[in-house]
Design a protein around this ligand. Structure first.
Ligand SMILES: Nc1nc2c(ncn2[C@@H]2O[C@H](COP(=O)(O)OP(=O)(O)OP(=O)(O)O)[C@@H](O)[C@H]2O)c(=O)[nH]1
Ligand SMILES: [Mg+2]
Length: 375
């Protein structure tokens, strides 16, 4: 991002957005930058508290983290934790003047405005639209501005002000009567015309912050190939329904890796469960085929399972498992015998080793992200 960029995070009501601001603020603190966090709709000290829950503890950065209180004056109170106080939170002009002062005192600070739309709510859309350009100039004094805008169904069109920002990121909900998912999409970045991303589902974690959400990766393969072992090795929490050591329903694991939050679903390997295979694998965003590299007699069965789930374009990887055993075939030998579809790589792995299993998952997730985790 070029210096002095302004980013607008525009969310639909009900879609979690705070975490994006907390995470942005924290990353700036980590880089040694001063962060001015202007908050309009709740007590400023609650921001630091909420950030801590997400794992973004601001205490070590007390001198760099400055809260601007645009809330308390409305209640006639004072927040002792705030460095600045806006005495008239309903005045966009006063806010601009205060920001002028702040930016003079803290050159090259990052500014967070949580939420900018609060000024629309206390003014009116036409007045906000008329007065915003002046405030916009003040934002240029900051090294970076991240402003949140919650898009209530306003009577007038407020999106005109969006074009004054360098970057617009939309946060939307995936709805089917109830909200069951949320996604973000980069709509525009001024310095790179034409750049926009596919919608990415996300989840927020306490602690952890915003993670791109990959709701379904399916792990399949023949009986005893190592699917359950793999899922338990990479997952933070995993559940399996096993009977005498073999999976009878499915394995489910939740993984957090490299800023991603991934749900893994393992299929049983026994043939008697094949009728439910396509149900488990339906709508998968990627698949891992586990094969036991020491048991080439199972490869026909493995290929059969792959064919039941694989469709053209689905990110997929073959895991040549049990590489620690002396009689294991090498990944290239497994490839030669298994003959997976073009573009499906075979990688070696030891499912009982966390790092090795994570490596396989990473390779697959790279492909999944290229394809997009679309809502
Ligand atoms: N040496 C070695 N053993 C492994 C490895 N991965 C799995 N195993 C062993 O292989 C056996 C079967 O592993 P599971 O993870 O239960 O296999 P599965 O694919 O879930 O089997 P089903 O659910 O019955 O289809 C277990 O005894 C594991 O400990 C590995 O990388 N190396
Ligand atoms: Mg199993």
């Amino acid at each position: 991002m070029p210096a002095r960029s302004t980013i607008l995070v525009a969310n639909d009501p009900g879609v979690e957005a705070d975490t994006f601001l907390y995470q942005a603020a924290y990353r700036q603190l980590e880089r040694g930058r001063t962060v001015v966090y202007a908050v309009f709709n709740r007590p400023p000290s609650s921001v630091a508290r909420a950030m801590r829950e997400y794992g973004f503890d601001t205490t070590p950065y007390a001198r760099q983290f400055l809260l601007l209180d645009g809330y308390s004056a409305l209640l006639g109170t004072r927040d002792p934790g705030a460095a600045y106080r806006l005495d008239n939170p309903t005045s966009i002009d006063d806010f601009g003047l205060l920001l002028e002062t702040v930016s003079r005192e803290h050159r090259d600070a990052a500014l967070i405005v949580d939420p900018l739309s609060n000024l629309v709510d206390v003014l009116s859309v036409p007045e906000f639209v008329r007065k915003f350009p002046l405030l916009r100039q003040t934002l240029n004094h900051f090294e970076l501005t991240v402003a949140l805008f919650t898009q209530w169904p306003y009577a007038d069109d407020v999106s005109k002000v969006f074009s004054d920002f360098d970057v617009v990121i939309a946060l939307r909900g995936v709805e089917d009567r109830v909200l069951f998912g949320q996604y973000f999409a980069l709509q525009r970045a001024n310095w790179k015309p034409g750049l926009s991303t596919k919608p990415q589902l996300y989840k927020t974690h306490k602690p952890g912050g915003v993670h791109v959400y990959v709701p379904k990766i399916v792990v399949t393969g023949a009986y005893t190939a190592g699917k359950t072992t793999f899922i338990h090795a990479v997952s933070d929490t995993a559940k399996s329904a096993n009977f005498e050591g073999s999976t009878v329903a499915l394995d489910h694991g939740q993984v957090r890796i490299d800023g991603l939050s991934v749900d893994l679903f393992g299929t049983p390997g026994q043939e008697r469960f094949d009728p439910i295979l396509s149900t488990i694998a339906g709508q998968a965003l990627g698949m891992i085929l586990m094969v036991d590299s020491t048991a080439p007699e199972t490869f026909d069965r493995a290929r059969d399972m792959l064919n039941k789930i694989y469709r053209e374009g689905l990110p997929a990887i073959v895991c040549a498992n049990k590489q620690d055993l002396p009689n294991a075939l090498s990944p290239s030998d497994v490839h030669a015998r298994l003959r997976p579809p073009p573009g499906v790589q075979v990688v070696g792995c030891r499912a009982n080793d966390r790092a090795s299993s994570q490596e396989v998952l990473r390779r697959l997730l790279e492909q999944v992200l290229k394809t997009g985790v679309s809502a």
